[in-house]
Ligand binder design. Structure first.
Ligand SMILES: C[S@@+](CC[C@H](N)C(=O)[O-])C[C@H]1O[C@@H](n2cnc3c(N)ncnc32)[C@H](O)[C@@H]1O
Length: 399
């Protein structure tokens, strides 16, 4: 007989799906019982922190930090930096931050454990699938920019590009498995909720939109691109990234999932000189701009505009920009990753006026639109600022 009273005790209702529910494919890393158990524990810890402890940040601000700030400064906080400096002295906020940082580090340690012990096997599996394909084009002369090389993004050792052996795909395998854990399964078994929501939105806007050539800049392993490739099967798609491991894994993953209309190319978005002006009728980035330096971001946007054809559309998916209409507390909490999760460009990027930038490239102001996109049936009451599948699309049409 069960000792749990299921009428009063919620059983498993709020528990994230186990890692075994992540969709398997030809290069997905294999996991032992203990490795799966560690990932599952980490997913539960993430969820507990965001559901049970994170709401305490706003309470701490309202009840303790804001009144103290007002008393000491005879004014309200004017910027997110005012809020951050004051909140950094609050014990609950520091407790939450330490837990969140540590959970990310734990997830990376397990990801390294899982992928490094099968380093050769992963590379071998990817090489077997990729053999003979003309849709994987690597170019070892492409340099990893300093703004990528200097950072272990979100505590990921070696970031996206580290190569320990020839044909290495381990950074991508680690990213793939860990993404399911940090998102608690909320963006699907293939972690492709961002791409699904873009594809759905494009169809909703114009059922006749049928791009012939699509460019995705900073595709990583193609999580977001695959649903777009599936939604537009006639389109010829080019996915570029500076990281060879991401591209090898991305091509093998797409092939094993039956997606064949993407060419994965090693190239920097800063130099698209391989492509003539107007070569693509849809140019996109997804969850990418916040990892760019202040100098490279406009350069990449300019190149994207150049290769976009007249009548074509450009789309960038990100968390929302700060802007004057966003309360300083919300800006502060969204900014946390910049200071504590190895996302050094997040803060500066989110204060850029992207509309102004797009107009500066040559887009007409009236051609620019914004859309709030979210994955599947994501419930906004679960919003965990900066981490939720609740994105913002910036779209512009070239005359
Ligand atoms: C956060 S991931 C992108 C996620 C992916 N677009 C998605 O939606 O799942 C950032 C990627 O950008 C790549 N990257 C960074 N700088 C780049 C550049 N200048 N050109 C092309 N790719 C770049 C990194 O190697 C990494 O794979």
């Amino acid at each position: 007989m069960s000792t749990v009273d299921t009428k009063t005790t919620p059983v498993a209702a709020d528990v994230p799906p186990p890692i075994t529910e992540a969709t398997q494919h030809g290069v997905y890393p294999k996991m032992s019982h203990d490795e799966r158990a560690r990932f599952n524990f980490e997913a539960c810890l993430y969820k507990t922190i965001s559901k049970q402890i994170a709401p305490g940040n706003a309470l701490a601000y309202e009840k303790r930090v804001l009144p103290k700030f007002e008393k000491e400064n005879s004014r309200k906080p004017e910027t997110r930096h005012d809020v951050r400096k004051a909140m950094n002295k609050d014990p609950l906020h520091n407790f939450w931050g330490a837990l969140r940082r540590n959970t990310m580090e734990m997830r990376q340690v397990n990801g390294q454990h899982v992928t490094l012990r099968q380093l050769d096997d992963l590379a071998h599996r990817a090489a077997e699938i990729n053999a003979g394909s003309n849709r994987l084009m690597l170019d070892p002369s492409v340099e990893v920019p300093a703004y990528v090389k200097a950072v272990d993004h979100h505590c990921m050792p070696g970031s996206y590009h580290r190569e320990l052996i020839e044909g290495d795909v381990s950074p991508a395998a680690n990213y793939d498995a860990g993404f399911f854990i940090t998102t608690g399964g909320t963006i699907g078994g293939l972690c492709d909720g961002a791409g699904e929501s873009i594809a759905q939105w494009l169809k909703d806007q114009d059922a006749n939109f049928k791009p012939k050539r699509i460019l995705d800049i900073g595709c990583a392993l193609g999580n977001s691109l695959l649903p777009i490739a599936q939604a537009f099967p006639e389109a010829d798609i080019v996915a570029i990234d500076i990281s060879a491991p991401m591209l090898r894994y991305g091509h093998a993953r797409a092939t094993s999932l039956g997606v064949k209309n993407i060419t994965f190319m090693q190239m920097s978005g800063e130099d698209l000189s391989t492509f003539a002006d107007g070569s693509f009728d849809f140019v996109m980035t997804s969850i990418f701009l916040h990892e760019l330096s202040t100098k490279s971001l406009p350069k990449i946007m300019r190149e994207g505009y150049r290769v976009l054809s007249g009548g074509g559309a450009m789309l960038h998916l990100e968390q929302p920009q700060y802007g004057d209409d966003m309360p300083v507390y919300e800006q502060f909490i969204r900014d946390w990753d910049s200071y504590n999760n190895n996302e050094p460009f997040w803060s500066a990027m989110h204060e850029i006026d992207l509309d102004e930038l797009l107009v500066g490239l040559g887009f007409a102001p009236e051609s620019i639109s914004h859309a709030a996109l979210r994955s599947g049936d994501f419930d906004m009451t679960n919003e965990d600022h900066g981490r939720s599948p609740a994105w913002h699309a910036y779209v512009a049409k070239k005359a």
